[in-house]
Ligand binder design. Structure first.
Ligand code: HEC
Length: 353
């Protein structure tokens, strides 16, 4: 048998406890370098290489071929001839949360790193390998283009976009997209944050809605709100984001991902002490913007994927002791900066490459 230490399976198994990957010095570290390497050996056609910066849409570009080639064996249990057919290896691929939940052997997908993701490398083996997926003659294999797209999607961070899929069987403590919410802790936080706060009237957020934002109570009769701009994305500029000021004290979840918000545009967030979750991924935010986060004393989840944040910005996060989940893929941070943040926030899960 081969050198077990270097096989992806071995590495996958040793991953478990590490919250960030300290091995920063892989030669093909940047997107561009990885892409160039692939292009040079002719694995991808030039037209695909040109599209390297475009973000892949899971539902449109990935789901159709996974549904065709994988899902019949990797989906929720179903009855057939009086027997319950369970998903193979306990792995379901029919819901966003399920991909992240992995199989009976643990995680199969490392967002941001396709090569370390069993769900991808199994499709990239020689077709006569026992581990090749889908099993030979049982379903159509992925075409080279599909494999490349699948790889790129995982490398980009495995964002499911609006796609949720099948929620049947989803544990309570994970969100629809598979983020772990320590349910008791988070719910306690929400209960505490709701105390003494009146349920807001809908016309309090008509300006947010007019600006393209979506506002939803966290639960029926909850005074806490979730706000996102996913319907308008880059059209949401600072002025539009500023409309949230009126409902600021009610906001528990704020998703500004892919908007045009600038560092200065985060000023309205300052001091919003009920914000538990903040998505700033794929925005132009830099270190300067993070200075507005200081008063967020209940912030648990912060997504800075694809932003201009550097190690200096991470320094400003060190004082937010409530932080438990920090996402830094494709931000401008280094090994050193992430280590220092991990030291300041020992309980936090920091994901960055
Ligand atoms: C015909 C049924 C079938 C299809 C279709 C199929 N698989 Fe599988 N899959 C299996 C079986 C059986 C196993 C368990 C045996 C093994 O590990 O090889 C498995 C195991 C796996 C595992 C390993 C899980 C673990 O941690 O042990 C991964 C990852 C996987 N499949 C991915 C895929 C992907 C991706 C596709 C589509 C490209 C796919 N499978 C299509 C039957 C299938």
């Amino acid at each position: 048998m081969g050198d077990g230490v270097n096989s992806p399976r071995e590495r996958r198994c040793s991953e478990g406890g590490a919250f960030y990957n300290a091995d920063m010095n892989t030669p093909l570290n940047s997107w561009y370098a990885r892409w160039m390497a692939l292009s040079l050996v002719g694995l991808i056609p030039a037209t695909l290489a040109q599209a390297q910066d475009e973000e892949i849409d899971f539902e449109k570009q990935i789901w159709p071929f996974l549904e065709r080639s994988c899902v019949k064996c990797h989906k929720a249990p179903f009855e057939e001839n009086g027997k319950t057919i369970k998903p193979k290896a306990g792995l379901r691929m029919d819901g966003a949360w399920a991909f992240k939940a992995g199989s009976e052997n643990g995680s199969v997908m490392e967002a941001g790193n396709a090569k370390e993701s069993e769900i991808w490398w199994r499709t990239d083996l020689p077709t006569d390998d026992d581990d090749f997926m889908p099993p030979t003659d049982k379903a159509d294999p992925l075409s080279p283009e599909e494999k490349e797209l699948f790889k790129k999607w995982i490398d980009q961070g495995a964002d499911f976009g609006e796609w949720v899929g099948n929620l049947e069987g989803k544990p309570k403590e994970v969100s629809n997209t598979g983020e772990k919410l320590p349910v008791s802790e988070i719910q306690e936080t929400y209960t505490k944050l709701s105390e003494g706060l009146a349920v807001p009237k809908e016309d309090m957020w008509k300006e947010v809605t007019a600006a393209g934002g979506r506002v939803m109570p966290l639960a029926t009769e909850s005074p806490l709100l979730s706000v996102d701009f996913r319907l308008v994305r880059e059209e949401a500029d600072d002025a539009k984001v500023a409309t949230i000021a009126k409902i600021g004290e009610h906001i528990a979840q704020l998703d500004l991902s892919k908007t045009s918000v600038t560092d200065a545009g985060l000023a309205p967030i300052e001091g919003l002490k009920r914000v538990v979750r903040l998505d700033l991924n794929q925005t132009g935010i830099t270190d300067a913007g993070l200075s507005h986060l200081k008063g967020l004393e209940n912030l648990n989840y912060l997504n800075l994927y694809g932003t201009g944040v550097t190690d200096a910005g991470l320094k400003q996060l060190e004082s937010i002791k409530s932080l438990k989940n920090v996402y830094l893929w494709e931000a401008k941070v280094t090994d050193k900066g992430v280590k220092s943040l991990q030291k300041a926030l020992p309980e936090a899960k920091i994901v960055w490459k």
